[in-house]
Design a protein around this ligand. Structure first.
Ligand SMILES: [Zn+2]
Length: 257
């Protein structure tokens, strides 16, 4: 019998769940194979060499063995632990939101090095300043783009006319922006301000560092958040749990010291 095939992959851990007595079922996003679910044998024992290497949001050089039904983790070497991001409640909540979106959009046997890099870049920017909201908007927008669900921002998706510098409408259902003259029957249709459209265009053409430095009003930030997270949810077809958690965290009134 041929020996089992092993492979190495740079990967970011998304989540894990306990399996059997001492194992972990780990969901990860690899740079060159897309999403992978693999078993960490004995990983819950304190003596396991995998302890501390399989925490969500950890970037790992992973060795895996091709299993009959599921791959087995044989070795893990931490490249980047994002430890200061994980020590901060806002930071870890935002990081887990990204992980849940990658889990939802990423597919097995369909690698996207671009999506992998987007995850690493966004975690890096959030680790430097977890209070920023723009990295999440940048991530959501580019996640849609990488997934081929890129919303149209320059032409009305109905009449195909070039959009005037004016207020418009937006719907994930029809693929992006519509002029005010077009109003198809669409429950997802919503207003889109000119300022929000301009920021979306900037997010599209800039890098994450430039987009994250953008200083916008709370109103505009709220409009973009609602628009992009609704679009992501629309395509994912389900609520993203950590997003509701972020929402609660945001709305919580902190006691004055
Ligand atoms: Zn139109």
């Amino acid at each position: 019998m041929a020996p089992p095939k092993t492979y190495r992959s740079e990967t970011v851990i998304l989540s894990y769940t306990p399996l059997d007595e001492a194992d972990l079922l780990v969901t990860m996003y690899t740079k060159d194979r897309g999403k992978v679910r693999a078993v960490g044998k004995g990983a819950r024992r304190s003596t396991s060499k995998l302890v501390g290497h399989l925490e969500p949001l950890t970037v790992v050089n992973m060795s895996l063995i091709n299993g009959r039904s599921m791959d087995i983790i044989s070795q893990a070497e931490v490249i980047q632990s994002f430890s200061s991001l994980k020590e901060d409640l806002t930071g870890i909540s935002k990081g887990l939101y990204l992980a849940e979106m990658i889990d939802g959009f990423g597919s097995e046997n369909s690698p996207s090095p671009h999506l992998y890099q987007l995850m690493i870049d966004t975690l890096t920017v959030l680790q430097a300043d977890s209070s920023l909201e723009m990295p999440l908007r940048f991530f959501e927008f580019h996640l849609l783009q990488v997934s081929g669900l890129m919303p149209e921002l320059y032409f009305c998706v109905e009449c195909r006319n070039e959009l005037e510098p004016d207020a418009h409408q937006f719907s994930p259902n029809v693929g992006g922006t519509l002029c005010l003259d077009c109003s198809p029957e669409d429950a997802h249709l919503r207003p889109l301000s000119l300022r929000a459209l301009k920021v979306l265009r900037l997010i599209e053409r800039s890098g994450i560092l430039e987009a994250s430095k953008l200083n916008i009003s709370a109103n505009l930030s709220g409009e973009l958040k609602s628009l992009l997270s609704t679009t992501v949810k629309y395509w994912l077809g389900k609520e993203i749990h950590s997003n509701s958690f972020l929402e609660r965290l945001h709305n919580e009134t902190l006691p004055k010291v």
